[in-house]
Design a protein around this ligand. Sequence first.
Ligand SMILES: [Zn+2]
Length: 57
Amino acid sequence: MKQFACGDVVPSCGRTFTAPTDDEILAAVAGHARDDHGLTDIPSSLVDQVRAAIRTA
Ligand SMILES: [Zn+2]
């Protein structure tokens, strides 16, 4: 499984994600970023940060 802690990118956020693949993590993070962080467009630089912070559990 893959894990991502939003706090690795947004220090004030305690949300974590677990999914079988990076792409599923990214899809879940995109929804969370939109709903909870007000980011309707995720910049590619942020996608890169998220990818870099995804860990294999
Ligand atoms: Zn967050």
